[in-house]
Design a protein around this ligand. Structure first.
Ligand SMILES: *Cc1c(COP(=O)(O)O)cnc(C)c1O
Length: 416
């Protein structure tokens, strides 16, 4: 066990947590974020917070580049290359090269592109797209559509390795389970998938920016990921697509003019661009792109190994404090072993929805996932040990006093 984990497990008082913050090499990073006073933000796994640099860049892009530069800014502000320049900032976070990544569209749309492309490349006779029943719903809905387009069958199995029969073409997995935070061993599973003659497609929604990802070393075929979670790109930020060098020649079904070799030749016939640009579709949302681009600068000088070390420590602290004080009311839903967890901690809790609303009313923002999960995302760039201490104390108080037991906290909003 690392000295840091021993230290967080020994926390008994708020001062103990403050002392760990004092030694935290990432503590200064919080300055890059515009977090409101009085809020402890443990929901960056759903929507990362605003950075100072993104706020300033959106202002510049709006008033100067758009307002004054007008259409000239496609060239003068290099808007046209944003899908590639932002990809170059994401590539080191996910263990690959800039020429394997492009930033575009949403995770759902990109998943449709890569699943379709992967099914095209499968060996003849392999017609099954394999995933797991607990995968994030949009991934399964999109898999339904891609399977229908390609005449494939979507098969869902809890035991992926056991389901790798010789009719499996493509395996689609999300590396970190959105409910429990269970983290898959990407390298080991990709190896099994390849040994069984199939291709591996990974969803990095809860991985990119949360810990080091090693797509190339794992041998992943395709991947997609989200711009607005740990990458802090803003609500509805563009997502990214990864294709390995082996798959830069594929066809994808949503090839619009930005996937064309020469979009501004306005040819009648589609000719795909060389390389990863063929995963583009239409015009990039420049305002959103500018926010994501600037937000990523927060990672420029960060060693993701220290992000991972702190993330593990924050999660361990949350588990230790909550289990010490709330054991009668909650039960750990995340794996207990740190190496099997992503960057979140989840607990089963009866009346979890109302409990989370009561926490949010006190300024501790996590989220609730049906049927009974309290979910706390630990983003090490801006979450401190004392934040976790205070969040656990607030939860313990709410549960002990039953202050969650009010009609106002039970009323469900449109977005949970
Ligand atoms: C957040 C998330 C998405 C989001 O998809 P959008 O197209 O951006 O709405 C997709 N998949 C997983 C696993 C997610 O966690």
């Amino acid at each position: 066990m690392s000295a840091l984990i021993e230290r967080v497990r020994a926390v008994r008082s708020r001062d103990d947590a403050v002392a760990i913050d004092r030694d935290d090499v990432l503590a200064g990073k919080r300055e890059a974020f515009l977090l409101p006073a009085g809020v402890i933000y443990l929901d960056g796994n759903s929507l990362g917070p605003l950075t100072k640099s993104a706020a300033a860049q959106v202002e510049r892009t709006t008033t100067i580049e758009w307002g004054e530069g007008l259409i000239r800014s496609w060239n003068t502000a290099d808007w046209i290359h944003l899908p590639r320049t932002i990809a170059a900032k994401i590539a080191p976070l996910i263990g690959t090269s800039a020429h394997n990544v492009v930033v575009t569209d949403s995770t759902s749309v990109n998943l449709f592109k890569v699943l379709s492309a992967a099914l095209d490349k499968a060996e003849p006779g392999r017609r099954v797209l394999l995933s797991e029943p607990g995968n994030f719903p949009t991934d399964l809905y999109i898999a339904d559509s891609a399977a229908a387009l390609k005449g494939a069958e979507l098969r869902l199995a809890e035991d992926i390795e056991g389901a790798l029969s010789d009719d499996v073409a493509v395996v689609m997995l999300t590396q970190v389970d959105y409910r429990t935070g269970l983290k898959r061993d990407m390298a080991a599973l990709t190896h099994c998938v390849h040994a069984a003659g199939a291709l591996a497609v990974w969803d990095l929604a809860h991985s990119a920016g949360a810990f080091p990802v090693a797509l190339d070393a794992a041998g992943a075929d395709f991947a997609v990921g989200c711009g607005y979670k740990y990458l802090n790109g803003g609500p509805g930020a563009p997502a990214f697509v990864f294709a390995s060098d082996r798959h830069l020649d594929v066809k994808q079904p949503l090839s619009g003019w930005f996937a064309h070799a020469e979009p501004f030749a306005f040819e009648r016939t589609f000719r795909p661009a060389d390389g990863i640009a063929r995963f583009l579709t239409g015009t990039a949302p420049v305002l959103s792109m500018s926010a994501l681009s600037a937000a990523l600068d927060a990672f420029a000088d960060v060693d993701l190994r220290s992000v991972r070390e702190k993330s593990v420590a924050l999660c361990e602290l949350m588990i230790a404090l909550v289990e010490a004080r709330c054991a009668d009311h909650v039960r750990l839903a995340s794996p207990r072993e740190p190496h099997r967890r992503g960057s979140q901690v989840s607990f089963h809790c009866e009346e979890g929805y109302a409990v989370m609303q009561a926490l949010i009313a006190q300024g501790v923002i996590g989220d609730f996932r049906a049927p009974d999960i309290l979910r706390f995302g630990m983003a090490p760039l801006y979450v401190s040990y004392v934040d976790v201490f205070d969040a656990a104390a607030a939860l313990a108080d709410i549960l002990a006093t039953r202050s969650w037991d009010r009609e106002a906290f039970r009323a469900r909003a449109a977005v949970t």
